[in-house]
Design a protein around this ligand. Structure first.
Ligand SMILES: NC(=O)c1ccc[n+]([C@@H]2O[C@H](COP(=O)([O-])OP(=O)(O)OC[C@H]3O[C@@H](n4cnc5c(N)ncnc54)[C@H](O)[C@@H]3O)[C@@H](O)[C@H]2O)c1
Length: 325
């Protein structure tokens, strides 16, 4: 039976990944390490599985007597307002987190890392293939995130080259869906929570900046296939996201229609906000034949809106009792 470690498992994507991991019959132990910076225990409160253990600590400081067959490193905020407020902590989570987790991997075990489309910076090509080297400002306000992801990729791919480390690296494009924090700060959740609160939807700049939004169920299905389900022999980096590129303002207008009476207001643009983002999925199609984002944003937004309605009605985030090892 396998020992699995998920760093950042109380977060939005990490908690969905844990749900998939716990469906596996070859998993004997699933340890989640999370410091609850942006994650919440309630994201895993529904799990009644004795194989799940949650350890509340910084991943960089995590100590364990057991080594792990598979390590999933998701510990990092993904939302700009969060990582821009604490850049040092963001760099530490990604890079020092990876350094620490490498010590906990069994020899021959698999190390998976969720990198990001932000490694492409404000891209000068569209769509962005994995071979695109990016347009990132290493002194800019987003650099703690972009550059720590890039450096962690470098660490892992160089360890593969020099030490035959078994790696799997994905570059996720924008993901949205249930279990996002109401105060997450990214477009879809912001727009929904503003509309539900009866406030105007805030658009930074003219709203023509585009993103490719993938609903979390589609994205995590891609992760499960790439990380453990499919036999493919490709280590990454692999773009995982939705090919459909949509201007931010279109999503805002759609949400405003779903919540009658909602208005839109424009604010100054966010510094160095990328103008466009769209994955080139050529490699994904070869590695994961048949996989793609199937849930159109119109449906995904509706599902997310319903989730937020229930969630906010229930009184917002609470820290329910879950097993803590
Ligand atoms: N959501 C997206 O659109 C998106 C896009 C690209 C990449 N990603 C990557 O996917 C991963 C998960 O993103 P998410 O949207 O679920 O974010 P999230 O903020 O919901 O989850 C991150 C989790 O990591 C935890 N964490 C952060 N620093 C930690 C540390 N030092 N020690 C222990 N735990 C720590 C947080 O508490 C949280 O539970 C991240 O690595 C992120 O960079 C996400």
């Amino acid at each position: 039976m396998k020992n699995i470690l998920v760093a950042g498992g109380c977060g939005f994507i990490g908690s969905h990944l844990c749900d998939h991991l716990l469906q596996r019959s070859d998993v004997g132990l699933c340890v989640v390490v999370d410091n609850l910076w942006t994650g919440r225990k309630e994201n895993l409160a529904h799990v009644q599985d004795p194989r799940l253990k949650i350890v509340v600590t910084d991943v960089e400081a995590f100590q364990s007597d057991v080594l792990f067959d598979e390590v999933y490193h998701l510990a990092s905020p993904a939302s700009p307002p969060w990582y821009m407020t604490e850049p040092k902590r963001t760099i530490s989570a990604n890079l020092l987190g990876a350094m620490r987790l490498l010590h906990l991997l069994k020899p021959g075990g698999q190390f998976a890392f969720t990198s990001t489309s932000e490694v492409y910076g404000d891209p000068l090509v569209s769509p962005q293939p994995e071979s695109y080297r990016g347009s990132v400002d290493c002194t800019g306000p987003r650099s703690s995130y972009d550059e720590s992801k890039r450096c962690t990729e470098s660490l892992l791919f160089e360890m593969r080259r020099t030490e035959k480390l078994n790696v799997r690296v994905v570059r996720l494009f924008n993901v949205y869906g249930p279990r996002t924090r109401p105060d997450d700060g990214r477009a879809v959740s912001n727009f929904i929570t503003q509309a539900l609160a009866g406030k105007p939807i805030t658009i930074y700049g003219d709203g023509m900046q585009s993103r490719s939004w993938g609903y979390v169920d589609d994205i995590v299905e891609g992760l499960a296939r790439f990380f453990w389900r499919d036999q493919h022999g490709y280590d990454g980096p692999l773009n995982v996201g939705n090919e459909r590129e949509i201007p931010v303002i279109e999503v805002a207008r759609h949400i405003a229609q779903l919540v009658p009476g909602t208005t839109l207001v424009h604010r100054d643009p966010v510094p160095q906000d990328p103008t466009n983002r769209r994955p080139d999925l050529t490699i994904a199609r070869k590695v994961l034949p048949g996989w793609e984002c199937r849930i159109p944003y119109e449906l995904g937004v509706q599902l997310n809106l319903e989730w937020f309605k229930d969630h906010l009605k229930a009184g917002g985030p609470d820290q329910q009792d879950v097993r803590v090892a």
